[in-house]
Write a protein that binds this ligand. Structure first.
Ligand SMILES: NC(=O)c1ccc[n+]([C@@H]2O[C@H](COP(=O)([O-])OP(=O)(O)OC[C@H]3O[C@@H](n4cnc5c(N)ncnc54)[C@H](OP(=O)(O)O)[C@@H]3O)[C@@H](O)[C@H]2O)c1
Length: 294
């Protein structure tokens, strides 16, 4: 049986991954930030040596995109040096490391899906720190490091776009939402399932894109959330439905530049004989009861 070690286990992805491992009867150790700070190299080495995992999944990260602009050194410590510590510990033990990363490693000015081997060119601090982590993992573990890039994540645990839209919908507020940034809304439970597929396969080490298929804008995503909410609440068809308003990026400024086009290609899954995550809308429909009830 595979022995798993999950770091950052209290985060949005960490919680769905550990729930899936539990449901599958896998042997795993879940370490939250309080149990292991991955920026502490000696502690990371000791934790990995104590558990002796076959696979480490690093769900720990600095995910505050805007705050990273002002605190890049701290973000780099967690997103760059932390994975380097885990990669060194895995290399010493012969363990596999699965390291989630992000679409923000790309510039976001493409017009066709980014391939796994497309040249990264982060537009901001968060992307730079995540790219440093990717490079550290691949350098230390050329045959046993998996970079699993994801994007536009939502799930039952933690703050995310679906929960924010639901809160507004429940409060009767129709928000303005950016309609000129394209991406792939992705459910954390689907990413967790792909991580399990990868680990259970003979897929070569390297980069995989764990995002939903298809694409939409934040506005399109919001419209679908409002539609699902209204269907779930059995809204009277006669009543005026609540509909978000489309905004441009210029109308919704943020400290960190957001990629205009964040659609990722899925060729590596096909090459490895693993099905990529399905359409984003189907995923949202499957996820909705769990996320709405959380
Ligand atoms: N969320 C998204 O939309 C998104 C999009 C693309 C990629 N990703 C990537 O997906 C992965 C999972 O993201 P997520 O949304 O699950 O993140 P999350 O909910 O913010 O969880 C990250 C976890 O890491 C913990 N952590 C932070 N610093 C740590 C440290 N030094 N040592 C140990 N644990 C630490 C956090 O603890 P505290 O809360 O106590 O700080 C938190 O529990 C990350 O690699 C992220 O970059 C996320």
């Amino acid at each position: 049986m595979t022995r798993w070690l999950v770091t950052g286990a209290a985060g949005m992805l960490g919680r769905d991954l550990t729930a899936l491992l539990a449901a599958r009867g896998e042997e795993y150790t879940a370490l939250t930030r309080a149990d292991l700070d991955i920026t502490d190299g000696a502690a990371a080495a000791a934790a990995v040596a104590a558990v002796k995992p076959d696979v480490v999944v690093n769900c720990a990260a600095w995910t505050a995109v805007d705050a990273a602009e002002e605190h890049e050194a701290q973000a780099l410590s967690i997103n760059g040096h932390g994975p380097a510590n885990l990669a060194a510990a895995c290399a010493a033990l012969g363990a596999v490391l699965v390291h989630p990363s992000t679409d923000y490693v790309f510039h976001g000015d493409a017009s066709a899906p980014y391939a796994e081997d497309a040249a990264p060119a982060p537009a901001g601090a968060y992307g730079r720190t995540k790219l440093a982590g990717e490079r550290a993992v691949l350098a230390a573990l050329p045959d046993a490091g998996y970079i699993v890039r994801t994007a536009w994540l939502y799930g039952a645990h933690g703050k995310n776009f679906v929960k924010t839209m639901l809160r507004l919908a429940r409060g009767g507020v129709a928000p303005g939402v950016v309609a000129d940034q394209y991406g792939q809304p992705t459910w954390t439970a689907d990413v967790a399932a792909k991580i399990c597929d990868l680990v259970g396969s003979a897929a070569p080490a390297g980069i995989y894109h764990a995002t939903s298929s298809g694409q939409t804008t934040w506005f399109g995503f919001a419209e679908e959330i409002f539609r699902l909410h209204q269907a779930m609440e059995n809204h009277d068809a006669e009543r005026m439905p609540l509909i978000p308003r489309p905004l441009t990026t210029a109308e919704y400024p943020t400290p960190a530049k957001r990629p205009a086009y964040s659609v990722l290609g899925h060729a590596a899954w096909h090459t490895a004989g693993i099905a990529p995550i399905g359409d984003w809308r189907d995923a949202l429909h499957r996820a909705f009861p769990a996320v709405a009830d959380a």
